[in-house]
Design a protein around this ligand. Structure first.
Ligand code: M6R
Length: 604
């Protein structure tokens, strides 16, 4: 989704804006631009395509000036083009605006402005905001922004430059992410913290609809009543190096290898000799009749693993929903239900809406989130941070495994609360979970070569079917998503038992099937399904910790370590991430920024 950076200080703004936009590239975009104030004028440079197209036009410091805003655009209203790229000027060029989000009353506002004689240079909803600023401007910027804010509906993070305001610029947000970076004699806005980490580690997170006025000497925040409010900055524990590739060819590969450390941070200090301590969270499994999980993409897949885990150990019913469905299906919830919203970014629009819907129905909401102080973290009743560190590759890896590990912690705590496992079993499972990160580290080192070899053999495939049962089906969902999103091979996951109900008709000679068989109780059943596809000509990669039991029916084996099957999705995920990564590398895709995808989906 769109990325925003803004700067005011003593240095030239353009290089800092370009640097920040480079750090936001991972979010996905198709055009970019900067606006810089100089004297009584604002200059805009923008271009369709990748950031280097903009860099060619700016030649380092052009436009010159020490206050500016920049943007990477992921097209919504109107296709990718120079005209639709942000920033957008008002008619008289006295305002320039960058925007992330969607203005929902776009048509109404366009008509409103047309009736008042305005014409439009672009097809975007953002241009309407610049025009509204010009229309409502009466000499006071705060009053003007408030009038525009009252007029627009939808989601927005906005950076606003006004010609003649010297080194001052403005920002506000609603349902879209934006942070204010506090520096020495310089201040910033950005869509996320890593974008400006080389310049500051101090951040203010504005609340919904608050207006920030930034100058080099300070940031003043006004609440919705136009009162000045004190905001205490948080200090990020991230460093600029966390957002570098560190010698890896892609962020995705770096992040795959970071998983043991990330999972360790997630679980280690939450497992004490006496059992699990979930930060300051007071939830007790006994208080809940039902748990509803709502999330999108991989976070939803983590939720499916969580369902199997929590139901197995804590015996609490778990429903899993795609957040985009949950928000509109009028779910049956109440105070005896816990809704768990899972999100790496903490900004996914559907997941945020699902959270609000759950609260509206009186459910307590627990967020499992990676990005600290993100919207979902702030609006939930309780938060468990996954502590994965910044995840830059669009395809999530450590974000997913740390979500799964967090759900294991939650499941075991609830099982203990509910007395559904013995104390000894509880302690033994927590010990096993605590040992996972080290085992995962060894495993990733070992399986890397085999995954690369298999990718070299199977990368020309045009379709791939991931099958499994129970935890293995949950892991299959994530394996298929990883492969399709970065390699563009059509890949789907099926519960192995469902194949005969339709999908098996697609299997023909050389169809690629990834058969996951890590659950001992279900291995024989999955093996039967592997035999069925193989007898119809499929090439099968078996993913298992017991190769001797299925090797005869597979063309190749991706071996898993011996571990409690309840934790196997963490290892299966790592193996399939590596396989997907090397397949995509062999096919020459843009691995960290796959086509059409955005890292953080902040619009519906
Ligand atoms: O930030 P979130 O965890 O809420 O994101 C949810 C999905 O958009 C995300 O997992 C997406 O499916 C990834 N591209 C998967 O790799």
């Amino acid at each position: 989704m769109c990325g925003i950076v803004g700067y005011t200080g003593k240095k030239q703004a353009t290089p800092i804006l370009l640097d920040g936009l480079g750090r936001l590239e991972y979010r996905g975009y198709d055009s970019s631009g900067v606006a810089v104030a100089s004297g009584d004028e604002i200059q805009i440079v923008k271009a369709k395509g990748r950031l280097f197209e903009l860099e060619k036009l700016t030649e380092g410091v052009n436009p010159a000036g020490t206050t500016g805003i920049g943007h990477t655009r992921w097209a919504t209203h109107g296709g990718p083009s120079d005209e639709n790229a942000h920033p957008h000027f008002s008619r008289d060029k006295s305002f320039a605006v960058v925007h992330n989000g969607i203005i929902e009353n776009y048509l109404e506002l366009r008509a409103f402005l047309s009736e008042r004689g305005f014409t439009f240079r672009s097809e975007t909803d953002t241009e309407l905001i610049s025009l509204l600023l010009e229309y409502y401007y009466g000499g006071d910027m705060l009053d003007t922004i408030i009038k525009v804010r009252n007029k627009i509906k939808g989601s927005y993070a906005l950076g606003i430059l006004h010609a003649g305001d010297g080194d001052t610029f403005y920002a506000l947000r609603k349902d879209s992410p934006l942070v204010l970076g506090v520096g020495d004699d310089e201040n910033f806005i950005a869509s996320d913290i890593p974008a400006v980490l080389p310049y500051t580690r101090k951040f203010i997170i504005p609340d919904e609809k608050e207006i920030a006025v930034l100058t080099p000497n300070g940031i003043t925040v006004f609440n919705t009543n136009k009162e000045k409010i004190e905001k205490t900055p948080i200090v990020s524990d991230l460093s600029a190096a966390d957002a570098e590739k560190d010698g890896y060819p892609h962020f995705m590969l770096k992040e795959i290898f970071e998983q043991p450390g990330a999972v360790k941070k997630t679980v280690h200090d939450r497992i004490t000799p006496d059992g699990i301590r979930l930060d300051r969270i007071k939830l007790n499994g006994k208080d809940f009749r039902k748990i509803c999980v709502a999330a999108c993409g991989s976070a939803y897949h983590a939720g499916v693993v969580g369902k199997y885990f929590i139901e197995k150990f804590a015996r609490i019913e778990v429903e899993t929903d795609l957040a985009s469905e949950f928000r509109y299906r009028n779910p049956i919830l109440g105070s005896d239900c816990l809704t768990v919203i899972i999100s790496q970014s903490g900004e996914t629009a559907d997941s945020l809406a699902a959270l609000r819907e759950a609260k509206r129905h009186g459910s307590r909401v627990l967020a499992i989130v990676n990005v600290v102080d993100s919207s979902i973290a702030r609006e939930a009743d309780d938060v468990l941070y996954t502590r994965a560190g910044p995840e830059i590759a669009v395809a999530t890896t450590k974000g997913y495994t740390t979500q799964v590990a967090t759900l294991c912690l939650l499941g075991l705590k609830f099982a203990h609360d509910c007395g559904t496992i013995s104390h000894d079993e509880y302690l033994s499972l927590t010990r096993e979970l605590k040992a996972v990160p080290d085992l995962l580290g060894k495993y990733i080192d070992e399986v890397n070569g085999k995954a690369q070899y298999l990718a070299g053999k199977y990368y020309p495939a045009s379709d791939a079917y991931f099958i499994g049962r129970g935890y293995d089906w949950a892991a299959a969902l994530e394996g298929a998503l990883k492969l399709k999103e970065i390699s563009y091979i059509h890949a789907e996951a099926y519960a192995a038992g469902e194949l005969k109900h339709g999908t098996i008709s697609l299997i023909e000679k050389n169809s690629l099937v990834i058969g996951i068989a890590a659950e001992p109780e279900l291995r024989e059943k999955t093996l039967s399904n592997i035999k069925e596809v193989r007898s119809r000509g499929a090439a099968v990669i078996g993913v298992t910790d017991a190769p001797q039991t299925i090797a005869a029916e597979c063309d190749d084996i991706l071996e898993l370590p011996e571990t409690n099957s309840a934790f196997s999705p963490l290892f299966t995920a790592a193996a399939l991430q590596l396989f997907a990564y090397y397949v995509a590398a062999a096919r020459g895709g843009d691995i960290d920024k796959p086509r059409n995808l955005a890292k953080s989906v902040t619009v519906e």
